[in-house]
Design a protein around this ligand. Sequence first.
Ligand SMILES: [Zn+2]
Length: 293
Amino acid sequence: MSVFVYRRYDFALLLSACLVLAGCSTNRYAKTNKQYTEQVKALAAEIRQPLPPPLPAPTATYDSLMDTVVFSPRTAQREQPWVGTINFNLRKPNYVVIHHTAQDSLEQTLHTFTVPHTQVSAHYVIGRDGEVYQLLNDYLRGWHAGAGKWGNVTDLNSVSLGIELDNNGSEPFPDAQIYSLLQLLEKLKTTYRIPAVNFLAHGDIAPTRKNDPSVLFPWEKLAERGFGLWPDEHLEEPPANFNPRDALRIIGYDISDLNAAIVAFKRRYIQQDLSPELTPHDLQVLYNLYLKY
Ligand SMILES: [Zn+2]
C-alpha cells in the first residue's frame, strides 16, 4: 500500500515537473508570439483600406503632349472611383527556397528569427531531430531570400516560402530531418500547386552571396518525389553549338556573374568539385537538365 502511494506521489511530482517545463518552453516565445499577432492585425487593417493613394498633383513638368492628353489637372486631382469586386482571394506562394541555417543550434536559430535587429525570418525551421517549427503564416512575406534573382523574378520573398534546416553548413542532414522536410514539401506542393522546377536552393537564387544548402543536401532524393529536377542516368553529348551560359540562364540562374552561377549549379547537381569550370561531364548534365526546361 505504502509503495503504491509513494508511486502515485512520484508520478504526480513528475507530471507537475513536466507541465512546468512545457510551460517554460512555450512561454519562452510568448512575447514575440504576441507581437506576431499584433503585426498581423496591423497588416489586416492595411488591406481593409480599399482606397489607393491619390494620384500625384499635376506639376509644371507635365507641360507636354502627355499633360494635355492624359494628365489634365482636372483628371489628376479627381479621386479614383472605387468599385469593390467580389471575386478574389489571397495570393499564394509559388516557390520554395531551402536553406541551411549555418548555426550551431536550433535555439540559436529560433532566437535569430525572433529578435528585431537581424531582420531575417523563415516560414519553417526543421530541427536535426525532424521537429518542424512554423514561424510565419504561409500567406505572409518572410524575410529569408534577400537580394536575389531567378529567371525574371527579382523579389523571391514575395512569391516563396522559406524553409531553414538546422545545420552548421558542413555536417550531413540527418534522415529524420529530411523525412520531415519531404512531408512538409508534399503538403506545400499540393496545397499551393507548386511546380517541381520551383523548389530552389538559396544558393540558386543568390549565387554570389549564398552557398546553402551545402553539397551534402540530398537533391536527388527530393527530385525523385517531385521537388526539383535531377539529370537522367543516360547522358548525351551536347551539340557543338550548345551554349552553357544560355542554358544556365534558361534554367533560371542569374548569369551576371557566370562563375558564381556555375558554382551554384555544380553545388546542386554535381555535388563535388566546386570550381567554376564545367568539365565534359558537367556539360552533359547541364545539357540534359536544360532540355527539361
Ligand atoms: Zn539561406
